[in-house]
Design a protein around this ligand. Structure first.
Ligand code: G4P
Length: 525
């Protein structure tokens, strides 16, 4: 029987992993791909130490540095669901793309290193997910190593991120003494060492929460401690609420060890139970587009240029919001009203790029583009024009002054800057008084990619002078008074000509606020 669009969409689960570098994002992704049969052995996604590169490492600069700039999308079929894992560039390649990727997913998985707790990058990414109100699932990783006490980790999570937590399972020991997890959700114990317990991976619990039967684990103080902790959690912890999970107010917490694959299966089973399938999207006019709407709609959240330096192609990543993609179909770009044939598309896998045969709401496809598309563009099929709400812009934290090395090549310098800024690769400002060019970025790598691409694509060599970290705050044009500018609060204009101050530090900003109490300072996200 042919599946209806609504059935197909209901099987989609699209998420991104948010974490700090080294928490285990790659390792857990690999385990998920293994479980879904998408890869056959671990080590396929990333081989940075062996010098092999995943196919997602297209750009030359990626190869040089052995990191992945590209947000690729990996698909896993699991228990009747199609799971789309959208990669969020981490490490030194943290950038605005990382944030924007979170606009294209329906839930997030937060991976935390049990020894390190909540780290800065996790916090930043978490904020964006929180703003969107999407469900956040927490996996506390590396339980095979000694880490912080689980109670402390839960308390830190709740305090630092201001979200309620509900442990779905609880670790029995950690490091060398790690015995497995006491699985509250599935009412069982999952054993790290089945061979010591009659070759059972799982042992069921009775109504009192005790293991049924006589096994060596039942005499272990680590097991009794976990049982006591769980009793305490049941009495004093947050109640389980599916609704609160759906609204992103309560995060279900899982413990495990991605490296040994322990706890990942259990996590994934619960994830598919609670993660949402694609929901409605809002248009600029406040209308709601349901994913089951027959006509295709979607938005571009990322553009990756030069994946293949030989062809200079750009790939625009489209998050489908409604309808179904069919090869060769016609769509309209809402911003320009231009028609476009979706002929040449691609889907992403850990180890190959394949042509897309079918994709529906919730899926992400790559469109080959020759320069017609921009980040934030809406595409729609048919006559009913749709324009989705604008993607948020993110406040950059790092700044560089930029000038062309060769004054004879001003034209290509301007053209390059204009196009790369439009593409969303970097943010651009001009000082108010002297019209010097300043670039703003969320991550250092954005500058390097910018410099590399300007040279390779526009033949323009640039001089970049670091200005370091600054706090960017926008003001209302009516409040603008050029005399407010100084070296510690530099007045600039952004690319839309809006006035913005770059403050040296918090102190400079507070000084400004005291001096001009009527001027409202606004941050982007
Ligand atoms: P990332 O993508 O979040 O940056 O992290 P990644 O998965 O690359 O993991 C970072 C390091 O942590 C890797 O070790 C990885 O093997 C290790 N790791 C991940 N999960 C676990 C776990 O559950 N337990 C333990 N003990 N280690 C874990 P590495 O030595 O830096 O790299 P590699 O040589 O293993 O690739």
């Amino acid at each position: 029987m042919k599946e209806t669009l609504a059935t197909k969409v209901s099987k989609r689960k699209t998420f991104a992993i948010i974490s700090h570098p080294d928490a285990g994002k790659t390792t857990i992704t690999e385990q998920l791909l293994l479980l879904g049969g998408a890869i056959r052995q671990a080590g396929t996604v990333k081989g940075k130490k062996s010098g092999k590169f995943a196919k997602s490492d297209w750009m030359e600069i990626e190869k040089q540095r052995g990191i992945s700039v590209t947000s690729s999308v990996m698909q896993v079929d699991y228990a009747g669901h199609q799971i789309n894992i959208v990669d969020t560039p981490g490490h030194e390649d943290f950038s605005e793309d990382t944030y924007r990727t979170l606009m294209a997913v329906d839930s997030a998985v937060m991976v935390i290193d049990s020894a390190k707790g909540i780290e800065p990058q996790t916090k930043k990414l978490f904020k964006v997910c929180r703003m969107r109100g999407i469900p956040i699932f927490t996996f506390i990783n590396k339980m095979d190593r000694d880490g912080q006490e689980p109670m402390d980790l839960i308390a830190e999570l709740e305090e630092v991120l201001e979200i309620d937590a509900y442990p779905m399972n609880w670790p029995m020991g950690m490091g060398k003494t790690f015995q497995g997890i006491y699985d509250i959700y599935n009412n069982r114990v999952e054993l790290m060492h089945p061979e010591q317990n009659g070759d059972n991976d799982f042992l069921p619990l009775n109504e009192e929460g005790e293991i049924v039967g006589d096994f060596p684990i039942t005499t272990s103080s680590i097991y009794t401690q976990a049982m006591e902790d769980v009793l305490l959690l049941k009495e004093a912890g947050n109640p389980f609420s599916e609704e609160a999970i759906a609204e992103g107010e309560l995060t279900p917490v899982f413990f495990g060890s991605a490296l040994t694959g322990f706890g990942v299966h259990t996590f994934l089973d619960a994830y598919v139970d609670f993660a949402p399938s694609p929901g409605p999207n809002k248009t600029e006019e406040g209308e709601t587009i349901l994913p089951s709407k027959e006509e295709l709609t979607g938005f571009i959240f990322k553009i990756q240029a030069n994946m293949n330096p030989a062809h200079r192609d750009r790939i625009a990543f489209l998050r489908i919001c409604s309808g179904e993609f069919k090869p060769g179909m016609d769509v309209t770009i809402s911003r320009t009203k231009k028609k476009m044939k979706l002929g040449h598309t691609t889907q992403f896998m850990a180890d190959s790029r394949e042509s897309v045969e079918s994709a529906v709401a919730g899926d992400i496809i790559g469109l080959y583009d020759t320069g017609n598309l921009q980040i934030g563009d809406t595409l729609f099929e048919g006559k009913d024009a749709v324009q989705f709400e604008a993607l948020p812009q993110f406040t950059p934290e790092l700044f560089m002054k930029v000038t062309p090395k060769n004054v004879m090549k001003q034209k290509s310098f301007y053209k390059g800057i204009q196009q790369l800024v439009q593409e969303g690769a970097i943010q651009f400002y001009k000082t108010y008084h002297t019209e010097e060019f300043i670039l703003g970025a969320v991550g250092q790598l954005q500058f390097e990619v910018f410099q590399y691409r300007l040279l390779n694509e526009y033949n323009s060599e640039v001089e970049m002078t670091p200005m370091g970290t600054k706090i960017a705050r926008w003001i209302e044009p009516d409040d603008l008074n050029p005399n407010m500018s100084s070296s510690r609060n530099l007045l600039c204009r952004d690319r839309f000509d809006q006035p913005v101050f770059l403050f040296e530090n918090q102190f400079a900003m507070r000084w400004f606020e005291d001096k001009y109490p009527d001027v409202k300072l606004t941050a982007l996200l």
